[in-house]
Structures are given as C-alpha cells and as structure tokens.
Design a binder for this molecule. Structure first.
Ligand code: GKR
Ligand code: MG
Length: 418
C-alpha cells in the first residue's frame, strides 16, 4: 500500500505550571501530528515533539516519504536517515539526556514508524499490538505522575489544581489523580525543592497511600553524596529512584550504595549507551520511550536487551496527547518484559485531537481494544483548533528555565546543585 502524501501539523495545548529541576512548564505544550495518506483512503496517525528544531528535521525527511510502501519500514528508516545525515537536534529543556545524531534519527523515524504501523493496522483490520507480535498482557498499568506546581501561570487566573508546594498539597493532588484514574502507583517529579522537603513529600505520600509503590525523579538535581543520603533515607519506601544524579559514573556510584534500583531516562537514551551503563551497573531500570528510542519495534528490542541483562523496564513520558498514549499502550501491551507501571502526563491535559475508547483509564490501566490501527480517530476540528493555538501562542520550543526566570529572576536550573 503506497504512501501518497504526508502532512505534519504542529499543535499546542494548555499545560499547567508544573515545576521541575529546569524550571516550570510554559502555558502551552507543543506536539506534532503526522498523517500518512495512503492508497485506498487509509490514513495513519503519529504524534511526537513540537519544538521548531524537531519539526525542521521532520520536514527535511518528508519529501522522501511519499511513494514508499507503508509496509516497508526499513526503507522508510533509510529514507529518513539519508535526509537527516549527521544532524543533531537538541532541546532547550535538557530533561531527556544527551543528544546525538542516532537519537535524532530515532526520534524522527519513530514518528513515521508509528504512523506507518497505524496505517498498516487500519488496512489489515488489526490493532497495532498484533503487528508487534500480539498481546503479552491484558492491560497496561500507568502511575499517577505528581508535580510540585504553581497555582497559576503568569498573568492568568488560578487553574483548578491549585498550588502544590507542601506535603499536604501533594497528598491532595495524589488523592484527586488516583480518584479520577484509579492509579496503583505514584511518581513524584522532584529536583524542585531541597531534598529534605521532597523526602517529607514522599513520606507523606507513603503514609497516605500505604503499600502503593512510590518513585521520585529529580532529573539529576542531586550530587552523588546527596543522592546516596536520600537513597538511605528512603530505603524501603521507594520502588525505584529515578535519575538522582547526572551521568553513568555518578549513577553507578549511587547504585552501589542504594538499597533500591536506580532508573533512568537521562543517562541511557540510545542503544550505544547500553553497554557502558550496564557494564558500570549504573541502572536497574531502563525507562523506554518510543518517541526517541526509534519507535515501537525498537522499544521492544530495548526491552529484550534489558531482559537479557536482568535489568527492569519502565516507560517515560513527556507532555503528550492521545495518539502518543495509544502508541504507548500498544507497545506496552505487546512487550513481555515491562516490569513497572508506565509514566504518563495524561491527567495534566484537558483537550485532544483524537477520540477513541483506548483513551479511557480503568483502575489506572488501559486495555487495548481490537479496533484497527492505534484505535484513535482524528477530530479534524480539534486538530485545526490545536494548530491555531500553536500559531497564536507564540511558543516555538520548550524552555522551562527561561519561563521560570519570569517568576524568579535569578533562577538557575538545579542540575546537581544540591
Ligand atoms: O514534564 O517536566 C516534565 C518532566 O520533567 C519531563 O520533561 C521529563 O522528561 O518526565 C520526564 C522525566 O521523567 O524525566
Ligand atoms: Mg525521568
């Protein structure tokens, strides 16, 4: 089935002022939506980042895509690789590890691969999970992803989540999210306040939700010494500790002392990182993310590599919409070695460009239906509105640090500051 045309639509959707080590989320999160228009009226959907630097690279690859057989994934990858050459795309928020041409290719190809798999599934009348080898599990568990946050964006009214800066407010946020979605585990984005304050937040959550698995992710905000101390304090409380400190050597030094496994989406972000990270025993849990791991099939390859070394696998997320959620759910359903509940920013957005049963959480989990492809349908009006929001909002890249300096003029990102 031939690809006849490709469209790429940048979109923006409202995002609350969520805090992290690099700063604070801007009023809009940016994404891109790809439509692969194929023969027989089949249209495949993909979703990925919306930063200008990433969009530029996708646009570079677009002209070579039309004319391909949508089932020829290796050919599509070669076409994208030839168009990109050795280009390296960086991002301004710095929360997803190092940059490389391999990671750039993996990210651009992933967008094309997801849309191609959606088109294949629609054409064959089979869900994407079947194209990935079939169901390894019935349902995919996700965790509540808590953030410290401001109560309002600059010059804007308070949002309905309110401010979260204290342990009590954190517990209230968790109650709301778990009440709405039924999540059975909790991740806290840390690296915002001094470690003692974030330890108090975790302790309050442990007390309010006894037995619920807990994680904290300061995005490398702590020194090795601080990370070892936090790991000791929270021994027996955390199921894993995510990116306590930057870099493979630092993570390895912490892992040697920590009672719980260390997870990462920062020091192991491409296949070439596996050997040094595993050899150093720096990582007990790899966070997959199909958006930069080369798509759904390479995410499964990552899982196989992790299983071979007895390393756990979880799933990372950034602010995203429904096409990405569906893709995450399909690959998670098809991947036997996935050992923790997946992350998702889903509860933080309140709009979408697609509809579909797959987007409904039950007891904190998603069950992939038998509907063809990813199981989501584009809402063209919603896509047009989200594109208008993109044009109107004036943001062209994510820069949490620059936005934070408008709240706190002297702000510096918290990378290994504590
Ligand atoms: O949304 O602020 C955020 C997160 O910090 C995100 O950007 C990270 O990439 O969630 C991610 C993580 O686990 O590090
Ligand atoms: Mg992380």
């Amino acid at each position: 089935m031939k690809i006849l045309d490709v469209t790429l639509t940048p979109v923006a959707f409202a995002d609350p002022p969520l805090l992290n080590a690099m700063g604070v989320h801007e009023p809009y999160a940016l994404r891109s939506v790809m439509q692969l228009h194929c023969e027989d009226g089949v249209v495949g959907l993909g979703e990925s980042y919306g930063d200008a630097a990433f969009l530029d690279q996708v646009r570079t690859a677009l002209p070579g895509i039309a004319g391909h057989d949508v089932f020829d994934l290796p050919g599509l990858r070669r076409t994208v690789a030839a168009a990109l050459g050795d280009v390296v795309v960086t991002d301004a928020h710095g929360l997803t590890g190092g940059f490389s041409s391999a990671k750039t290719l993996a990210a651009v190809y992933s967008l094309v691969e997801v849309a191609a798999l959606d088109a294949q599934g629609r054409y064959l009348g089979r869900p994407v999970v079947d194209l990935l080898g079939g169901r390894a599990r019935e349902r995919v568990d996700f965790s509540a992803y808590l953030f410290y946050k401001y109560g309002a964006h600059l010059d804007a009214p308070a949002d309905d989540w309110g401010e979260t800066t204290t342990p009590e407010q954190l517990v209230a946020q968790a109650h709301r999210m778990i009440g709405d979605y039924g999540f059975g585990s909790i991740k806290l984005k840390g690296g915002v306040f001094a470690p003692e304050r974030e330890i108090a937040g975790i302790r309050a959550l442990a007390e309010a939700f006894p037995g619920l698995p807990l994680r904290i992710d300061p995005n490398g905000a702590w020194t090795v010494e601080t990370a070892i101390a936090v790991a000791a304090e929270l021994d027996g409380v955390l199921e894993y500790l995510e990116d306590p400190t930057p870099g493979i050597p630092g993570m390895a030094a912490v892992a040697e002392q920590a009672g719980m496994p260390l997870a990462t989406n920062m020091c192991l972000v491409r296949f070439a990182d596996i050997e040094p990270a595993f050899r150093a025993r720096a990582v007990g849990v790899v966070l997959s993310d199909h958006h930069y791991w080369g798509g759904l099939r390479d995410t499964q390859a990552l899982s196989t590599a992790a299983a071979a070394f007895d390393v756990g696998l979880s799933m990372h997320s950034n602010s995203h919409l429904g096409i990405s959620l569906a893709a995450m759910a399909h690959v998670a359903t098809a991947t036997p070695h996935l050992t923790y509940a997946c992350d998702t920013h889903w509860p933080w957005r309140d709009t979408d460009v697609v509809t579909g049963d797959i987007l409904t959480f039950r007891d904190g989990a998603i069950t992939v239906p038998d509907t063809p492809g990813l199981g989501v349908d584009l809402d063209p009006d919603a896509l047009a509105r989200a594109h208008e929001d993109y044009l109107r909002c004036g943001q062209t890249s994510r820069d949490d640090a620059a936005y934070m300096r408008r709240f706190v003029a002297a702000f510096e990102p918290n990378t290994a500051r504590w």
